[in-house]
Design a protein around this ligand. Structure first.
Ligand SMILES: [Cu+2]
Length: 65
């Protein structure tokens, strides 16, 4: 599945890596792309959307509804 998230609170490369890492923790095969400027995170994963969103939230970033 291909998911698109708007994620608040990412400001730098560290945040980007933290988000990618958080997603990979729930799905090691996930393909994650982060665009800091537009706050967009696209994820290709077999996991449910909520599982990915929760992983990002637990890392300390806000997923817009
Ligand atoms: Cu940062």
């Amino acid at each position: 599945m291909q998911y698109q998230f708007t994620v608040e609170g990412m400001t730098c490369g560290h945040c980007e890596r933290a988000v990618v890492h958080a997603v990979r923790e729930v799905d090691t095969d996930a393909v994650v792309k982060v665009d800091l400027a537009t706050k967009q995170v696209s994820v290709e994963s077999d996991k449910a959307r909520e599982v990915i969103a929760n992983a990002i939230t637990e890392e300390g970033y806000k997923v817009a509804a």
